[in-house]
Design a protein around this ligand. Structure first.
Ligand code: ATP
Ligand code: MG
Length: 134
């Protein structure tokens, strides 16, 4: 595990864009951190790093947004079980060729693949974040 200290949203985005370069197709990344930590900001940076130009918005209501099969961005906040994710067909993409980024993955812990990567974002102050990654 390594640590990056971000001192602003833009820094998190730039760091995430760099981090994206270490990802391989099919990687599943858990984005951990409390509400407002910066998980969606991090996802925006990863998308940039993968060359996706779309505006990345929180998939809170859709549960998952699919960006060209290259990036699947999940927000599992409103899911209550892994079985529910499975019933909605959301788990299939874990085994596809895109990169999966998952917010609130703990809600579907029992259906996550083995060997997920993890990024933990901790609020240090209003604009500072500690980003722990592997
Ligand atoms: N260094 C930083 N890195 C990331 N975001 C920051 C930073 N400093 C301040 N922020 C602010 O923190 C907020 C992070 O919001 P974001 O939607 O990414 O959180 P989230 O972890 O996805 O929350 P949720 O669990 O509700 O989806 C934004 O308003 C952003 O501007
Ligand atoms: Mg979010």
């Amino acid at each position: 595990m390594a640590v990056f200290l971000s001192r602003g949203e833009e820094k998190t985005r730039r760091f995430a864009a760099q981090y994206a370069r270490s990802l391989k197709p099919g990687d599943v990344v858990i984005l951990d951190g409390e509400m407002g930590a910066g998980k969606t900001v991090f996802a925006k940076g990863v998308a940039e790093g993968l060359g996706i130009e779309d505006d990345i918005t929180s998939p809170t209501y859709a549960y998952m947004n699919d960006y060209y099969g290259k990036l699947y961005h999940y927000d599992c906040y409103r899911l209550t079980s892994g079985a529910q994710a499975e019933a909605l067909g959301l788990t299939d993409y874990f085994y596809a060729d895109g990169v999966c980024l998952i917010e609130w993955a703990e809600n579907i812990a029992d259906v996550l693949p083995e060997n997920c990567k993890k990024v933990i974002i901790n609020k240090v102050s209003q604009n500072a974040r500690e980003i722990i990654y592997d």
